[in-house]
Write a protein that binds this ligand. Structure first.
Ligand code: ATP
Ligand code: MG
Length: 250
């Protein structure tokens, strides 16, 4: 058995005196699995991602990611953990406004020590695949919500993270832009990237993931693996995986 990329044991988190936002959730995700997290607004999806990302701590339970006990990390350890293992697309993007699009995208790679030229090349490739290369030198404030969302996606995958966490990565996108993101995620999945994506977009869930976890009131109410998604890896997706995430630039 391979070590799980995510292992949540009986994780609970409540804000103030409200009901638990996440309630005794146990979840194991194996390397290479791509999991769609579905559920109504307020059901705890973002809270769950934040716990996995070490941006929040559970009140009870344990969070282990790629062998790291995330719930026990110090603040510095947690930042290092995110930088070295996690790519994250936030629901509200969290781009740095005083950096250009390219500088936002290359930042994780530069922090990890990738050479400037190499990082620039990979960033340009990602921006092109996501259809926003013409904004490479723009500042986020000048971009539409959908364009910002795609910058956030490029930044998250820049470093080939062990785990990609995406919170509604197509929430602000029209169909065409959503398909660019969807193709990128499918390509990554085909290549073995472990992914957890929160989405209301069933098309995205179907095309990019092979497992669906439904949440209601902070609890997992359904967890289904699809044969379909794994056997459906079409040629376009294979092409995408070769061009999209080609590790040749490494
Ligand atoms: N910082 C916070 N302080 C207090 N309550 C919070 C906080 N963040 C979330 N909550 C509450 O926790 C519950 C779960 O919120 P969460 O953001 O995880 O839901 P979600 O499933 O991501 O919803 P959405 O689909 O709208 O993004 C909600 O009831 C929300 O009001
Ligand atoms: Mg949310």
């Amino acid at each position: 058995m391979t070590t799980p990329v995510i292992e949540l044991r009986e994780v609970s988190r409540r804000y103030d005196n409200g009901p638990p936002a996440v309630h005794e959730v146990s979840l194991t995700v194996r390397p290479g699995e791509a999991v769609a997290v579905l559920g109504p607004s307020g059901s705890g999806k973002s809270t769950l991602l934040n716990l996995i990302a070490g941006l929040d701590r559970p009140d009870t339970g344990t969070v282990t990611v790629d062998g790291v006990r995330v719930d026990r990390l110090s603040e510095a350890g947690s930042a290092l953990y995110r930088r070295s293992k996690i790519g994250m697309v936030f629901q509200f993007f969290n781009l740095l406004d005083d950096l250009t699009v390219t500088d936002n995208v290359v930042l994780p790679a530069r922090l990890a020590g990738m050479a400037r030229r190499e990082a620039g090349r990979r960033a340009a490739e990602l921006l092109q695949l996501l259809g926003i290369e013409r904004h490479a030198r723009a500042y986020p404030a000048r971009l539409s919500g959908g364009e910002r969302q795609r910058v956030a996606v490029a930044r998250a995958v820049m470093n080939w993270p062990a785990l990609l966490l995406a919170d509604e990565p197509t929430g602000a996108l029209d169909t065409a832009a959503g398909e660019d993101v969807s193709r990128l995620l499918s390509g990554l999945h085909a290549e073995g990237q472990s992914i957890v994506v929160v989405t209301h977009d069933l098309g995205l869930a179907r095309s990019c993931t092979n497992r669906t976890v439904r949440i209601a009131d902070g609890r997992i109410i359904e967890d289904a693996r699809s044969q379909e998604a794994t056997s459906q890896e079409g040629t376009s997706r294979t092409v995408a995986s070769e061009t999209v995430t080609s590790r040749a630039v490494r």
